[in-house]
Design a protein around this ligand. Structure first.
Ligand code: SF4
Ligand code: FES
Length: 213
């Protein structure tokens, strides 16, 4: 198992936690402090403290995808969403919920990707936006767009070298409050932190010295 990934097997569900993806939104430790026990000495993840349904709900509310699960009770595993979304978080990352193929990584359904340019684990957010005082609205203006013929399916995200996140697939870009900003099948989203047209790339990465693999 990769460094930073913990897997704890419970009687009805296995919980997997990938520390490298966690953005410390604390939904887990605040929502179920008996399942995710903060500051515990020794084991801190306790799948059997909740039902498998409750564990699944906790995981679904983890925006970064750091928490995933494997049900062992014969019930369905996590399903892709009916509508693919990326939420623009105020002063924070881009939170995707879709059937995601990101830069050769294992398939995932939830991910928070850096848009401030400062994460040490790009393309994923590592929380650097908070320490560095990144300021960017979560309420960009609405662009005109028509409803998509299909609202789900695979979304491919390719981080361009020293440039934006290139998106291909059905995707609805929504503000932090859930307003639809744009419906699209292709987009270039800023990840250098300097675009004047966030969340979209405006080419500033070519002149601000942004470096990213
Ligand atoms: S990102 Fe997920 S794992 Fe990390 S604190 Fe938030 S809910 Fe917990
Ligand atoms: S990636 Fe930020 S302007 Fe292009």
């Amino acid at each position: 198992m990769s460094k930073g990934i913990e897997e704890v097997v419970g009687s009805a569900v296995t919980i997997r936690f990938d520390a490298s993806k966690c953005i410390h939104s604390r939904g887990c430790v605040l929502g179920r402090p008996d399942v995710f026990v903060p500051n515990a000495k020794g084991e801190w993840i306790h799948p059997d403290a909740a039902s498998a349904d409750e564990v699944a709900e906790l995981a679904h509310n983890c925006p970064s995808g750091a928490i995933t699960y494997l049900r062992r009770d014969g019930k369905p595993q996590e399903a892709p969403p009916v509508v693919n979304l990326v939420r623009v978080r105020e002063n924070g990352p881009l939170a995707f919920h879709a059937e995601l193929a990101i830069d050769g990584q294992d398939a995932m359904l939830r991910a928070t990707l850096c848009r401030c340019g400062r994460s040490a684990s790009k393309p994923f957010c590592d929380g650097s936006h908070a320490a560095d005082g990144f300021a960017a609205t979560g309420e960009p203006p609405t662009s005109e767009s028509t409803p998509l013929a299909s609202r789900n399916g695979a979304v491919t995200i390719t981080p361009a070298k020293d440039g934006p996140l290139l998106i291909a697939g059905n995707l609805e870009i929504v503000s932090g409050t859930g307003r639809t900003i744009l419906r699209c099948t292709k987009a270039a989203l800023c990840r250098c932190g300097s675009s004047a047209n966030k969340p979209f790339c405006d080419g500033t990465h070519k002149t601000n010295g942004f470096r990213a693999p």
